[in-house]
Design a protein around this ligand. Structure first.
Ligand code: HEM
Ligand code: HEM
Length: 183
């Protein structure tokens, strides 16, 4: 049985579940965001793509909050022996940038989407209301942040995933396995 909680050597089921769910959402949202902005008015997706992008964007925000809370109450596995100190520092920095992005990119999306008082439609099931409105300047900053942070994040994801794959295929250590298998 795989433990729900992390131990000092292993990630538990809840961390793994949140990690991979968030990873798939983030990558999907960047691809969909990039694709949907060029859709023409007559495309079938003109209406649905932004609607789904926003709803899944709010979901990933909630998953990010859940991971932040969960990390604070479950043990954190120790870095593996054999990881160089620059790897430990670089991976920590990357993890914090990744976590910060999961929180701040959706918030920026929410700020510019609701800047004129419109709510965010969640799968036609409910509408997240605009909690406040903002000036055009703030809206423009939120849009710029949304775009630059999202595409910038691709580089961090590449480094993060590249590091995991390097540990797996070059060093042949347990780094990636700890985030996948029941070990
Ligand atoms: C957008 C996508 C991703 C995000 C936001 C993300 C985020 C994170 C975060 C926040 C952690 C730290 C977890 C913690 O300490 O509680 C982490 C760890 C990890 N991630 Fe990702 N990740 C992403 C994609 C990936 C991909 C594609 C891979 C593999 C190819 C991967 C492999 C790992 C591994 C192996 C760890 C554990 C590192 C360790 O032992 O400290 N991640 N990730
Ligand atoms: C982590 C979550 C999210 C990621 C990674 C993400 C990523 C992106 C990307 C890459 C684009 C294309 C930007 C461009 O090239 O102009 C985009 C556009 C957009 N996003 Fe997000 N997004 C996220 C969450 C959200 C949320 C929560 C909302 C709203 C509630 C939102 C609303 C929008 C809108 C309306 C656009 C189109 C902007 C335009 O027409 O110029 N996004 N997003």
């Amino acid at each position: 049985m795989m433990a729900l909680r992390n131990s000092s050597t292993q990630f538990g089921l809840i961390t793994k579940f949140l990690h991979w769910l968030i990873a798939i959402h983030m990558i999907g949202l960047i691809i969909v965001g990039w694709w949907m902005i060029d859709l023409g008015y007559y495309s079938t997706w003109y209406y649905w793509a932004p609607l789904l992008h926003k709803a899944f964007g709010i979901i990933v925000f909630l998953l990010g909050v859940a991971l932040l809370i969960w990390r604070s109450i479950t043990p954190h596995p120790k870095a593996l022996e054999g990881h160089a100190s620059h790897e430990k520092i670089a991976s920590k920095i990357a993890h914090w940038i990744l976590l910060a992005s999961v929180i701040t990119i959706p918030i920026s999306g929410y700020i510019f989407t609701t800047s004129k008082g419109d709510g965010v439609d969640i799968f036609l099931v409910m509408t997240l209301p605009a909690l406040f409105t903002v000036s055009d300047t703030v809206r423009d900053i939120a849009i710029d942040f949304h775009i630059y942070a999202s595409y910038g994040l691709l580089a961090v994801i590449a480094a993060h995933a590249g590091g995991a794959l390097k540990h797996h295929y070059v060093d042949r250590d347990e780094t990636l396995k700890r985030m996948i298998t029941s070990g």
